[in-house]
Ligand binder design. Sequence first.
Ligand SMILES: [Zn+2]
Length: 825
Amino acid sequence: MKQFVFLGACCLVLSGAGAQESAPAAEVPKVFRATAEKINDLVHTKLDARFNFQKSQLNGKAWITLRPHFYPTDSLRLDAKGMDVRQVALVRGGQNKALKFTNTGMELLITLDKTYSRQEPYTIYIDYTAKPDELKVEGSAAITDAKGLYFINPRGEEAGKPTQIWTQGETEATSVWVPTIDKPNQKTTNEILMTVPAKYVTLSNGLLVKQTRNADGTRTDHWKMDLPHAPYLFFMGVGDYAVVKDQWKGKEVSYYVEKEYAPVARRIFGNTPEMMSFFSRILGVEYPWSKYAQMTARDYVSGAMENTTATLHQESAQQDARQLSEENAWEGTIAHELFHQWFGDLVTAESWSNLTVNESFANYSEYLWNEYKYGKDAADAHNLSDMQGYLMSGSEKKDLVRHYYRDKEDMFDAVSYNKGGRILHMLRNHLGDSAFFKALNVYLTNNRFKAAEAHNLRLAFEEVSGKDLNWYFNQWYFGAGHPKLDINYSYDEAAKKVRVIVQQKQAGDKLFVLPTTVDIYTGASKVRHKIWVSDKVDTFSFNAATKPDLVNFDGDKVLLATKTENKTIAEYAHQYKYAGNYVDRREAIDAAARRQDEAAAQAILTQGLSDRYEGIRAYTVSRLDLRKDAIKTLAEPQLARIAKADPKRGVKAAAIAKLGTFRKAEYASIFRSAVSDSSYNVAGNALEALSRVDSSAAVAEAKRLANTKMKGKLAATVTNILVSAGDPAAATMMISNFETMPLGQSKFEAIKPMTDFLARLTDEGLFRRGVDAVVKFMGEIPAAYRDQTNPFIEGLLADVQKQQDAAGRKALAQYVQEKLAKKGF
Ligand SMILES: [Zn+2]
């Protein structure tokens, strides 16, 4: 679940700004988080669900079949959180026989009618009401982020918001709406009957086997899942959706979207069947379930969730045609949740301590899909961005498999996701593609429909490769941190030898064992040497008849490490041209960006502006230091060329923004035509650039656009221009738009334009409202993401304070300062 979207966005924004200080770690209790003991096993769960929209409650009748796991037992413990339970009975021969039970508010403790052996399955009937909105944990206020069952606008009182019901089981919240053994090491088949007003569609796990129209205007949908999966993957979704249907090998693949997004549903989700083919092929295990549906949700508490056969996405997935013209920002998440159908749903982490066997794979699937569909550069760019996310998260003390944690929700972090994905990537590089993917096949085949832990993974890799891999798993899975390498290259003319000295400089005693490569370049020709780094200081010598043009450590650029190197700018120029990986080229751009006065560096930057991959072109644009005359001179014609003609909208938008800073009237026509571009970023940047060279034309454009539908950068720019032109209604609109945006990725992305706007706002009442809205948003971000997001947002607010202070608006600056000083929102 819980695709780590907020962190991803944070890293994107922060990557140019340097690492943040890591927050002090919260105290971790000394409690070993063991895998749940299995006393009884779930076998089948049948639920008849009726929804009370007035009270946001579910009236349920559940039939739960179980059997003792191994030892005979005469009792049963079920998780049942905050329920009113009317009856618990044993079902035998069609008769219900009442059983004694205690409802603790969190659990049902049931006394069975006799002792059962593991050969004797039995069925329990429970009649209950689930009350998610009244659920309290340990006497605290009603909780918002583990309610399990969510009623959105259930009484139709909120204008502009559809009525929806959806569930979020992970980690252990399914037991808020159906009694179960709510642990990831349980597996059960299930069927769910949902009775809803006939105007709504429903979605659940497995196949829709029957629909019945009822006399009272409702309809009962009967969903059946005939393969076992974990209770946290149970799902119910209800709402007024358009259902757009594709298929894959005769199985239904469907997209549930709000009706206005039906025309673009295939542009958002339409690569799903190709992903199913691709993942089935590389894993050698065909997509295992009977169908695959994806649904969007309002006010969703997570990024997306891989409920078996029924993935739920945050509403940010619903992008309009103009957003999609730039890119489908949700495609990585679509791949991530689909890959979970194997890693997570078919084979499930046996405990939250072992979350890596779910989330590290789902994270890595984003690399795999990018590599296959968009090429290695796109995948490597994603890899680097995720690695930076881990490096900036301050998680150096956390093991990947972690038996000590404060809360199970804390496992959903940059270690389980970002770092775990990189660890798989290094293992693939070490073992080779065919061994790596064969081992995934063995792991999935050996553990299908079961729960597993990291050791099952190690055994699969060992079985296939024939290699003992305890060292790798002890280092990366059951240990923490990453290497900090200092690498020195030299050439000994007399001995005709290249020397590479690698020092491990990370704090503490831990030394990493790193199988890697050193590539020695003479012109275009490359000789590769395989090495193992293992000591505090390792010295490697290689024969070379002449001084090489480049010695390139970690030739495939896969190591999860930070490093410093003593390469010259000439060597970086060679690296850019011949080494060829995305990271090779990006390192060369970084080196050149640090020395923009040197001709050799300028030559690298010029090449970067015409790189074959759009990510490098856009990155180079972002690194140009236009305060330097030489850079201005060389970059100007290039930026004009890119602004006019680059085929990729992201690059175009970046170039237009830079070109705008030249404030030259001769570019007005470029900006004016780009204002009508389909991409909000291109259009928004163009309008901003136009306002610098022809402000009356920009105001006229903004007034025209104000009456059209817009999102993102364009919407923010239009508002900013209207506000600057003295239109008070625009400022109010900007703030109320932000206030009413639902919690999610889009709102996170709106923070920067919002704080830019607040930094210039003069109206005190509106200013306070705006700051309050930002502070409120910080408090609403789920706890798991807050450590990463809030320092970033606080930094933006501190900038607002500084700018207001500098502008002499002391009262406004003071207001921000007071808000920032207040902790614990
Ligand atoms: Zn996930």
